[in-house]
Design a protein around this ligand. Sequence first.
Ligand code: NAP
Length: 371
Amino acid sequence: MEQDVAALSRRRFPVFTSERGGTASLVTGATGFFGAALVAALLERSADEVVCLVRAPDEERARKRLLTHLDRHVPQVRGQFGRLTALAGDVTDEHLGLSGAALTALTARIGRIFHAAADVNGSLPYAALRAGNVRATLHLCDLAARSGADLHHISTTAARTDAADGIPLEHLPSGYARSKWMAEQAVAAYRRSLPAARVLIHQLGALSAHTASGVSNPADFRWLFLRACLDLRAAPLMEGGLCWLPVDCAAAAVAAVALAPDADAAGLPDPLPVTATGAVPWHDVFSWLRQDGHRLGVVSPDGWWRRLDARLRTGQDEHLLALAALAPALPAARARGDAAVWRALAALAAPETPFDRPRLRRSLRALACAP
Ligand SMILES: NC(=O)c1ccc[n+]([C@@H]2O[C@H](COP(=O)([O-])OP(=O)(O)OC[C@H]3O[C@@H](n4cnc5c(N)ncnc54)[C@H](OP(=O)(O)O)[C@@H]3O)[C@@H](O)[C@H]2O)c1
């Protein structure tokens, strides 16, 4: 990381084009959980074209991947899919995986870049996430400079730290948090070197299911935990609450800020927090689930982990295995070996299951949206 920080201070960005090339929005990460909601928010709030950079062997398959994903996550904007363009690309490539002609055409057509693509994996070390999260961000900064487009970098509250100087390793426990912090440093270096550029870092908090489609992020720890409570028919006695912002609220907030006239967006904090402003007490969350007909006994936290451990020794439930993968201290997870739990997690990422508990969803809607 030290080397990356030093390299950033020396990095030269392309000469900034003060005229925005066009009006289209470029979205990276549109086949992800947040990216889908963001594409929907942009289609709903603006009449402009939305170009999505999607990993695929060619444009036809990029479009197919994109539309299949959006159809599932944000079917309410199906009627607007005609304004979408899919480009087959890869953000880890310095030319974004595009041909010279395609990159030039893209540069001329975009007025905003939303960089939401990332390797979101809390278990990998910094070195494994560097290309996908840090180098990739620099590539999008370069495109922003050449195109004159505004840059909206999607980050996470996990990258937050109060430390003023140095690399605050003690505040950044995972390789993921470190890579997202470093990506923010890359954006900050871009901003310093090209002060005329319009750049904003959106720091998202934890995201819950889309309030319209009910589709959740199947690899999210909180979602896996709630699923496990339903499967085990037990909720642990816990202090505190669930601080979860519906993904569409977060996407709407990002889109609203990005589409606002410059004067309205001036003076916003940067990084801009996009988080739920309050937490729903766990007690209420479990009560709502009970009201929806789920049998949920109350057990001690230790008792809950023992139940989970016992079930893992005998069962093959993929959600429980995935939760175990995210809680490596669990004895049964260790006994099974990492490969089994990681296979389960990988399998989960494909057939996403909607966490469709209407009452919980409605309640989550009540969480205040920021900003
Ligand atoms: N979910 C949350 O609760 C949460 C909270 C805070 C912040 N965030 C931030 O929000 C952003 C999106 O997170 P998410 O939860 O939506 O993640 P996600 O569901 O894992 O989606 C990641 C997206 O990035 C794309 N991507 C990854 N590597 C790529 C590459 N080399 N080239 C092109 N595209 C690539 C993926 O494409 P493929 O489909 O090809 O894999 C996918 O579309 C991230 O920046 C994350 O840090 C998320």
